[in-house]
Write a protein that binds this ligand. Structure first.
Ligand code: HEM
Length: 443
């Protein structure tokens, strides 16, 4: 076995390593990594991680569930908030949980969920006015959390409670990345820590109350929570109380922030690319004028789907999938100890010029055909591949088509978008000016 010493990324500072760069400008930092080595070692304070982005290495790590697991301090942090949810549980619990949760995402249920997506997209954009400046990142998040809450709990939540849960989730999602990369964030009694803890308590209490209400009424509401309550594992056991709450938290987190990030980036990219905007408008205008897009419209919206696919290539919400080595191993000739943090960086993978020529260019027509094998993995790969991929794609496409049918958006802020480091690659606040395209409130 050839064992090379791993190459360390340039630009680290004493003690903190690459942490300041990872916190303040993660994408610019990632852009310095290609050419350094694969894997390349990155230092985060006293810890180190190995970043991989070659398709065969990403594949090797994600396919080897026994050798690379969702364990270690990073996942311990994530579980402290999410609990032992399907998206963060170790291999030992994964098979059982996946069997239980999977039926809620079967294809036959999608039209049902899509109806909620159409309603929520229509409700959101109905409140918009021509000449108004909206933060599309915030609007996209409002949309996807509303859809998540509604498809999970259907009508079981009154608007005030839904709003409180959404607010708590926003605080948590902002706080969790800092806590993952900066463990000290939780040690000092700062106002930010108090806000975070209050949000965590609101979230746990809210979810527990919903579950208790469902149990008490014992009705099947045809939503995800009803399915999870009725689900049984191979031994005929239902999910325990805590397990159930953990899956709910996971599904909201895994579904809402990823999809909202995809939608917000796509709105921005379309606004910045007039040729893409024209093609998108032409496609949605061929459907019912100004009406919100529905499930049955999707076959007539192939270009819309390509815009979403290309957005997910340039800005994969799950920009980094992490694993921990369960035993000493070797990756591309580099020896890794047991317990090493390995990060599969989809952001770098999907921008490799040999896989996607002129990779920085936003070009939805790349997806007129199939992308090269192993080069495009916005939903991951292998046994833990995203369960909600079609859910997320459907939601983003319906929302993008609904917006494009009635509104033209133009960036209203000054300066470039600054991606905000959260667990998901979020575009940060994006003020955009609305102007109407057809008659109606748009004017
Ligand atoms: C554009 C939207 C989305 C993106 C880019 C995305 C991406 C991903 C990725 C990369 C993984 C793999 C993580 C890993 O291997 O550790 C994953 C897992 C997962 N996603 Fe998504 N996701 C999206 C939407 C959704 C939605 C809408 C839901 C549910 C409503 C969802 C639920 C899940 C779950 C439950 C897992 C864990 C699967 C497992 O470990 O068995 N995702 N997602």
């Amino acid at each position: 076995m050839r064992t090379d010493r791993p190459v360390t990324a340039p630009g680290g500072v004493p003690l903190l390593g690459h942490l300041p760069a990872l916190l303040s400008r993660p994408l610019a930092f990632l852009d310095t990594l290609p050419g350094c080595g694969d894997p390349v070692r990155v230092r985060v304070g006293p810890r180190e991680m190995y970043v991989v982005s070659a398709p065969e290495l990403v594949q090797q790590v994600l396919a080897d569930r026994a050798g690379y697991d969702r364990t270690g301090p990073l996942y311990a942090k994530i579980r402290a908030f999410l609990g032992n949810g399907l998206a963060s549980c170790p291999r030992a619990d994964h098979r059982r949980l996946r069997r239980i949760v999977q039926p809620a995402f079967q294809h036959a249920l999608l039209p049902h969920y899509a109806a909620a997506m159409t309603d929520e997209a229509a409700a959101l954009t109905a409140g918009w006015r021509a000449g108004q400046v909206v933060d599309v990142t915030h609007e996209a998040f409002r949309l996807t959390t509303a859809v998540a809450v509604r498809t999970l709990f259907s009508a079981g939540l009154e608007p005030r409670a839904a709003e409180a849960l959404r607010g708590a989730l926003d605080v948590l999602l902002r706080g969790i990345y800092r806590r993952v990369v900066l463990p000290a964030a939780d040690l000092l009694p700062t106002p930010a820590r108090r806000t975070y803890r209050r949000a965590l308590a609101t979230w746990h209490a809210g979810v527990a109350a919903i579950i208790a209400d469902y149990r008490a009424r014992g009705i099947d509401r045809g939503d995800v929570l009803s399915l999870l309550l009725a689900a049984r594992d191979e031994d005929g056991r239902p999910l325990g109380e805590r397990e159930l709450a953990d899956q709910v938290a996971t599904l909201v987190l895994a579904g809402a922030e990823t999809t909202s990030s995809a939608l917000a980036w796509s709105l921005r990219l379309v606004a910045e690319h007039p040729d893409v905007e024209r093609a998108l408008h032409a496609e949605v205008d061929a459907g019912p004028a100004g009406a919100p897009a529905r499930w049955q419209d999707l076959p007539q919206l192939p270009y819309t789907a390509r815009v979403i696919s290309e957005t997910l290539r340039l800005y994969p919400p799950a920009w980094a999938i992490s694993r921990t080595t369960t035993r000493p191993t070797e990756l591309a000739g580099v020896r890794l100890p047991a317990g090493a943090l390995v990060v599969c960086c989809l952001y770098l993978l999907q921008r490799r010029p040999e896989l996607f020529p002129d990779p920085e260019r936003f070009d939805p027509d790349r997806f007129a055909g199939e992308p090269p094998r192993g080069a495009y993995l916005p939903f991951g790969s292998g046994a833990t591949r995203c369960l909600g991929d079609r859910f997320g794609l459907t939601e983003a496409a319906l929302a993008l088509a609904t917006v494009a049918g009635r509104w033209r958006l133009r960036p209203a802020g000054t300066g470039p978008v600054r991606p905000v480091p959260r667990l998901v690659l979020s575009p940060g606040p994006q003020p955009m000016l609305l102007s109407g395209r057809v008659s109606g409130p748009a004017g």
